[in-house]
Ligand binder design. Structure first.
Ligand SMILES: Nc1ncnc2c1ncn2[C@@H]1O[C@H](COP(=O)(O)OP(=O)(O)OP(=O)(O)O)[C@@H](O)[C@H]1O
Ligand SMILES: [Mg+2]
Length: 364
């Protein structure tokens, strides 16, 4: 497959969007998939056709790097057998993404934009242009200054090729690759909603952070705090209790300082404080970046990922960050909760934000 064809997978052309495709979220320890269908052309609500969660044996993907393409392909193959899928929209790890913003003269011919950005890669990302694939979006223009504002997302070719090859080995055709936070935004920000949101994916192995402006991902980074680390700290106090019990304590008692939860609440609050600090640094960075003059103040923090279930977390973040913080409504762009009950329970569905967003490609 020529390199260019692979690159084009990053920019799905509209006509292929109508193919029935599965959203596939690959994490270090899990592979989540979901597929929707619109039963009648006029239906507003989508129906969940397939969904599931497969365990990724350790060592296959580490911090977003694929170490064993054949084994990743085996897990994808298992997914294909369960869903009969042919086409997939697949997540790319934010840990391996580089995003930067640049400007070009407003009258730059479309066909020259790519080449001009290519020249700017080297000064903006720690990759040689020869080893990189990139995608770009024109996010606005300034008629007075006569410039276009452009957001560029870049991956090492080796990263994308490894996910691509794993799909092909599993007899799957990837229609698109997308940074996790962009997919989460599609699921959890009401369609066509303008403004700036911070999306936080608080998972099992890491916390992914994205800042999305008018639906477009402008910033992404990773924080090394996650569910499995919190569980390990809880076990140091509680002993070798099963994960389900820890999940129950996290979700029912969480940050609340009740008598029977003093010790654990102190540990969890320590994590919550660090999360506030880390998110605060990123919010400050965003607020002080002088890129363009449009209204870009973050109006809400949206948290998803299984660890978003932590009791008291949204309230804690709202108070300390002085920004409204909510758990994601991951079904908001799929169906109306007034007349349909999603197949995946609320708590579990927070971990499906990325997969849902990927599966929504082509529907909204
Ligand atoms: N009700 C729940 N259902 C599922 N996971 C939960 C729940 N409550 C808390 N969690 C925690 O959420 C984490 C799993 O979250 P999630 O499914 O988002 O992770 P992941 O996608 O597998 O990992 P990654 O961090 O690599 O993205 C676990 O640490 C788990 O303990
Ligand atoms: Mg995840």
């Amino acid at each position: 497959m020529p390199v260019l064809s692979r690159v084009q997978k990053l920019f799905p052309v509209p006509h292929i969007m109508s193919f029935p495709s599965v959203g596939v979220d690959v994490s270090d320890t899990s592979l989540k998939y979901i597929q929707f269908e619109r039963v009648h052309a006029h239906d507003v609500n989508l129906v969940t056709k397939y969904w599931g969660d497969l365990t990724m044996p350790s060592g296959i993907v580490d911090r977003g790097n694929v170490h064993d393409i054949a084994k990743l392909s085996a897990v994808l193959n298992e997914m294909r057998e369960k869903t009969n899928a042919q086409y997939v929209n697949m997540s790319l790890p934010e840990e391996r993404a580089y995003l930067f913003e640049t400007t070009l003269p407003i009258d730059t011919p479309r066909k020259e934009i790519r080449g001009l950005i290519d020249f700017r890669l080297e000064e903006n990302v720690p990759l040689s242009p020869r080893d990189a694939y990139f995608d770009y979006v024109i996010v606005g223009s300034d008629v007075k200054l006569r410039i276009l504002h452009i957001v560029v997302s870049v991956y090492a070719q080796s990263t994308i090729n490894s996910y691509y090859d794993a799909c092909v080995q599993a007899h799957l055709t990837p229609l698109s690759f997308e940074i996790e936070a962009q997919a989460i935004a599609r699921a959890s920000i009401p369609a066509q909603q303008a403004g700036t949101y911070m999306v936080v994916d608080f998972g099992k192995t890491r916390m992914g952070v994205g800042i999305v402006n008018n639906g477009i991902l402008r910033y992404t980074s990773t924080i090394e705090i996650a569910g499995e680390q919190i569980s390990a700290d809880m076990r140091a106090v509680l002993g070798d209790v099963p994960e389900s019990e820890l999940t129950h304590i996290k979700n029912i008692k969480g940050l609340s300082h009740t008598k029977d939860n003093e010790h654990i609440a102190t540990i969890l609050r320590g994590y919550a404080e660090t999360i506030v600090e880390e998110l605060g640094i990123r919010i400050h960075y965003w607020d002080t970046r002088d890129i363009d003059s449009e209204a870009r103040t973050i109006k809400k923090v949206i948290i998803c990922g299984g660890s978003a279930n932590l009791f008291g977390l949204p309230e804690f973040l709202s108070q300390k960050l002085e920004l409204p913080t909510e758990r994601a409504q991951v079904w908001a762009n799929v169906l109306s909760l007034d007349n349909q009950i999603p197949e995946i329970t609320r708590r579990y569905s927070y971990g499906y934000g990325t997969a849902i967003g990927l599966a929504l490609r082509g529907f909204i």
